[in-house]
Design a protein around this ligand. Structure first.
Ligand code: DOR
Ligand code: ZN
Length: 346
């Protein structure tokens, strides 16, 4: 007997689509399964203004194959020069659904990020007033803070003060990677949500470093110790409405990953739902998968749940391409390191 699982169509609350040839190649990988995604603004140059977001949305829709439906939920990249009025207009028009805070230098293309948090106070106040969520890359960038501690230190030094100063501001802790992040998010009440990636549910730092360095497992925030991965699994599979899927699927061409100074990012759009079904089944929590992929995110963002459904079927190990081709070069698909048995029906 075939086992099947029907889910409300999922959304991805943290996605990198890039631009140009890369956008063309990766967009169908997401649009095949997901109805909507929060689109990261860390292009070069970044998506900073309402006009930038309008233009980028246009390029995304132009790249969407004619037989696919997909709604990009646009974001603005917060800089020290962001104009609160432009941001409010972008939100009120329905174009922009969140604002992204990158501490300057924290990750790929984050040079325009925020150095002095006092400078963005008026913007954050405006966002709290209009109910526009702040998506946070939660890592400090101080050279003296160990890379494995940067998330926990960010919570104490930056996130908690921002939230105390703006209790009404809705905040998403993006791609949390630690037990500290899980605990802070869990205690945060209605104004705090947290996304968890597919790959952080599957790999810890040993997967990346033991037996030779695996550049395709390098991402930011970097994967942590096993105890942290287990805390993330526990959070994602609990059904707690605080936690929802943000894949952080972040394509880079292989020559830039397999490099003496390799880029951060795991590309998981292609097989994310197969990976997640396997993970939730391993934890005896298939009944909680829909909350994580399809219900908790819209509830946090105040958006309707998707009307249609997808069906996953369980069978022989699923095959999927190890790489996808782009006109810029190949992109390696995330390898969970175990067989996948659940497949989304076409
Ligand atoms: O691994 C990552 N890749 N983390 C980020 O924060 C950025 C992303 C990217 O844009 O490649
Ligand atoms: Zn990201």
């Amino acid at each position: 007997m075939t086992q099947t699982l029907t889910l409300r169509r999922p959304d991805d609350w943290h996605l990198h689509l890039r631009d140009g040839a890369m956008l063309q190649a990766v967009l169908p990988e997401t649009a095949r399964h997901f109805a909507r995604a929060i689109i990261m603004p860390n292009l070069v140059p970044p998506v900073v203004t309402r006009a930038d977001a309008t233009a980028y949305r246009g390029r995304i829709m132009a790249a969407l194959p004619a037989d696919m439906r997909f709604e990009p939920l646009m974001t603005l990249y917060l800089t020290e020069d962001t104009d609160p009025a432009d941001l409010a207009a972008a939100a009120e028009s329905g174009l922009v659904k969140a604002v992204k805070l990158y501490p300057a230098g924290a990750t790929t293309n984050s040079a325009s990020g925020v150095k002095d948090f006092d400078k963005v106070r008026p913007v954050l106040e405006k966002m709290a007033e209009i109910g526009l969520p702040l998506c946070v890359h939660g890592e400090v960038t101080d050279a003296d803070i160990d890379i494995f501690d940067r998330e926990a230190v960010f919570i104490d030094r930056v996130l908690d003060p921002i939230r105390r100063a703006n209790p009404a501001l809705k905040v998403v802790m993006e791609h949390i990677t630690t037990k500290d992040g899980v605990e802070y998010a869990r205690a945060g009440g209605d104004t705090l949500g947290a996304t968890i990636t597919t790959h952080h549910l599957i790999i810890n730092r040993n997967h990346m470093l033991v037996g030779g360095i695996k550049p395709h497992y390098y991402c930011l925030p970097v994967a942590k110790r096993e105890v942290h991965r287990l805390a993330l699994r526990d959070a994602a599979t609990s059904g707690d409405a605080t936690f929802f899927l943000g894949t952080d699927s972040a394509p880079h061409i292989d020559p830039l990953k397999e490099n003496a100074c390799g880029c951060a990012g795991c590309f998981s759009a292609t097989n994310t739902l197969s990976c997640l079904a396997e993970v939730f089944e391993q934890d005896g929590a298939l009944d909680k998968l829909e909350a994580f992929t399809s219900l908790n995110g819209p509830a946090f963002y105040g958006l309707p749940e998707n009307e249609d459904t997808i069906i996953l079927t369980k069978g022989d190990p699923v095959t999927y391409p190890a790489k996808i081709d782009t006109d810029d070069g190949p992109v390696t698909v995330f390898d969970p390191g175990f067989a996948l048995h659940w497949q989304v029906q076409a």
